[in-house]
Design a protein around this ligand. Structure first.
Ligand code: FES
Length: 63
């Protein structure tokens, strides 16, 4: 897959918002294509890593 136009935005006290078409290669080697956007956890509390599941809010993530 060729990425030519992907934007990553750090959301205050929340996830990374990735806009565009991306390929997420998981630990088991499978690849999942996400578009038009994906939210990637950066707080470490998501039960659905690498994606954000909103757990940053109840854990009061600051960053
Ligand atoms: S950033 Fe949302 S659950 Fe981690």
């Amino acid at each position: 897959m060729e990425n030519t136009n992907v934007k990553v935005t750090v959301l205050a006290n929340g996830p990374l918002m990735v806009e565009g078409t991306i390929a997420v290669v998981k630990v088991d080697g499978t690849t999942e294509v996400k578009e038009p956007k994906a939210f990637l956890c950066r707080c470490g509390h998501s039960a659905n890593k690498p994606y954000c599941d909103g757990a940053h809010k109840k854990n009061n993530f600051i960053g």
